[in-house]
Design a protein around this ligand. Structure first.
Ligand SMILES: [Zn+2]
Length: 90
């Protein structure tokens, strides 16, 4: 095992540690499955939560939406944090 542990505490399970690894980025773009092998991401060693680098996503969206902008398509929402709904109080 490596003495050095890179990465950060997992934001999802808060138990594991997210370390940089190469994985396959997969997402749905305009109804089509988009796969990019050997993408850099931080992956949790406990719950396998994967968080891709924002730079990768930005570059990706820039490439994709430079063409898609013709159709006036809005990019999908990225990591949503917090609840978007209000709690009912009866
Ligand atoms: Zn985790």
């Amino acid at each position: 095992m490596d003495a050095k542990t890179r990465g950060y505490a997992c934001p999802r399970c808060t138990v594991g540690r997210c370390a940089p690894q190469a994985t396959t980025f997969a997402d749905v773009f305009q109804g089509q499955l988009l796969c990019i092998p050997n993408s850099r991401a931080y992956i949790c060693d406990v719950c396998h939560f994967a968080e891709f680098e924002p730079e990768l996503l930005d570059a990706l969206w820039n490439e994709l939406y430079s063409e898609a902008a013709l159709d006036d398509v809005k990019p999908p929402a990225r990591h949503k944090r917090g609840s978007s709904y209000s709690e009912g109080s009866g």
